[in-house]
Ligand binder design. Structure first.
Ligand code: ADP
Ligand code: GLC
Length: 497
């Protein structure tokens, strides 16, 4: 291969243009990291309304006629520039599918957009056309890197081409499958030979995620532990058999974080800065700001009262129910305070709000999405709660480690790969950086929280724990190099039992 390797990076959300979770963070930070390690990267995503509103100097680089659901669609490809994006950005502009307000996948009432199957089939068809340089731009990728079910059909479409780039498919979360029925399959004009157990057929419907797994040349997921877990019935979401068969091409590559955006020394969203060497007074100023933001008790004593924070999607995956069930006991047995920032299932939102109403000086809740507040929680809390039932990688625990806010996690997926338990030996040896529990239960969580509160009282050892996490490196350099090797055809370790 001559010159830089060319990578078309396809993803359905990119920070700061549009974000529902960690996928957007990776959709931003990974292509930029690949660029830094020497790849020639182009980023392609749908032109949602929010994206069009934030992009400048757009240039149409061509038009494609694409098969939709029982109709042909004219799609324009825009090359755009946007703040904080320094790799070439291509937008798939098809107003009838993407020019809508709000969430990329959901209506305002929380239900799926009715035409998601069509929207992401069209997106995938466009990517396959761009990968073949149908627009004759002169840029032909060596690799198409697809992410999650929204781009799962790309490797399938590309398999129809005789000369095609290599395809890499990354699973960020197996529990979102892009599963649709036979009617959609028919309406979208997908070839019936793919309707097969060895193709994308899945329990009487079809799965875009399965298509990605089956048709891609290489499949990755976002941590080594999750790569092993998804080959089992407990974590495989029904796809464990397919993953086992494809184990030879399945690799776990740990996500990195954007150490520019998530840096307590420079974070412009924080009232005060701090570093591993000089945590005070910065960290305490942030804690007070956080307490005040939520109207929680804030006086001389508050520095010594443990403050637990949580940021995230309020869904079953994140173990929100465990926290809710643990709260009554924790409120009686400890003097701790809690802040929650998130949105998701209305049952969880309501229960959290009810706690905040009942304990206005000890519990703060913000239901919604607020990037600035998320940064303040990472910086201002003493500990970060993340008892996820499963966690492909998880970025929040890495952000909290960087911010000197030791995470409390269940031993699963990327949490198991990044958080090391503060048992008696490992704090002083500067190996431990948080609290890990092994029993997925309210008792397991309460035990970890109690251990955290106990260590919080031992100032010197607590500071050692904080420093260990803050000194660790969570940047992308290492993992970006691994992706590069994968693109170039190097043999990587497979996901083992
Ligand atoms: P997931 O992708 O499963 O949601 P991650 O930990 O990988 O979990 O990433 C979550 C990302 O979304 C983080 O950047 C986190 O700060 C952000 N986030 C989640 N919920 C909110 C919210 N309500 N407000 C602000 N940021 C949020
Ligand atoms: C998904 C996963 C999360 C991961 C993120 C980015 O949303 O739930 O664990 O960190 O993708 O890969």
């Amino acid at each position: 291969m001559h010159g830089k390797i060319r990578v078309l990076f396809a993803v359905s959300e990119v920070y700061p243009l549009i974000k529902t979770g960690g996928l957007a963070d990776v959709g931003h930070s990974l292509p930029h990291a690949l660029d830094r390690v020497g790849a020639d990267v182009r980023l392609v995503m749908p032109a949602y309304r929010a994206v069009l509103e934030q992009t400048a100097s757009m240039k149409a680089i061509g038009w494609l006629t694409i098969q939709g659901a029982e109709r042909q669609l004219e799609v324009r490809i825009l090359e755009a520039s946007a703040a904080e994006i320094s790799v070439p950005l291509w937008l798939v502009d098809c107003a009838s599918l993407f020019d809508r307000p709000g969430n990329p996948y959901l209506r305002a009432d929380g239900g799926d957009w009715h035409d998601n199957a069509e929207r992401f089939t069209v997106f995938s068809r466009v990517i396959a056309q761009l990968a073949a340089d149908r627009l004759e731009t002169g840029w032909l990728p060596d690799v198409v890197h697809c992410n999650d079910w929204q781009t799962g059909l790309v490797p399938a479409f590309l398999s129809q081409q005789r000369q095609r780039p290599k395809t890499v498919f990354t699973i960020h979360n197996l529990s979102y499958g892009g599963h649709y029925g036979p009617d959609e399959f028919h309406r979208l004009h997908l070839p019936w030979r793919w309707w097969d157990v060895d193709g994308m057929e899945f329990y009487g419907g079809f799965s875009m995620l399965k298509a990605g797994i089956v048709f891609a040349d290489e499949v990755t997921t976002v941590s080594p532990t999750y790569a092993r877990e998804i080959c089992t019935a407990d974590f495989g979401c029904g796809l464990q058999g397919v993953l086992q068969v494809n184990r030879h091409k399945l690799h776990g590559i740990l996500n990195g974080i954007d150490e520019g955006v998530w840096n307590p020394e420079t974070d412009s969203l924080l009232p005060a800065h701090y570093s591993a060497q000089r945590r005070q007074p910065g960290k305490s100023i942030n804690k007070r700001a956080l307490l005040q933001h939520f109207g929680l008790s804030c006086d001389e004593k508050s520095d010594h009262v443990p403050l637990f924070g949580m940021v995230g999607r309020l869904v079953q995956q994140k173990g929100v129910d465990l926290i809710l069930d643990a709260l009554p006991r924790l409120l009686v047995q400890t003097e701790a305070c809690f802040v929650f920032v998130g949105s998701g299932q209305s049952e969880y939102e309501q229960r959290l709000r009810a706690f905040a109403d009942q304990y206005p000086r000890r519990i703060g809740v913000y239901v919604g999405y607020d990037e600035k507040l998320a940064h303040l929680v990472e910086a201002g809390a003493d500990m970060f709660l993340m008892p996820s039932r499963f966690e492909p990688c998880g970025l929040n625990q890495m952000y909290s480690l960087r911010y000197g806010t030791p995470p409390i996690v269940y031993r699963t997926g990327g949490l198991a790969d990044t958080v090391f338990d503060a048992d008696d030996v490992h704090v002083d040896r500067k190996v431990a950086n948080g609290f890990v529990f092994d029993e997925l239960s309210v008792d397991g969580l309460i035990d970890a929280v109690s251990r955290a509160i106990h260590l919080f009282g031992q100032t010197r050892r607590w500071q050692t724990l904080q420093r260990t996490g803050m000194h660790q490196s969570f940047g992308w350099e290492h993992s970006a190099m691994i992706y590069l090797s994968l693109y170039q055809g190097a043999a990587l370790p497979q996901a083992h039992e």
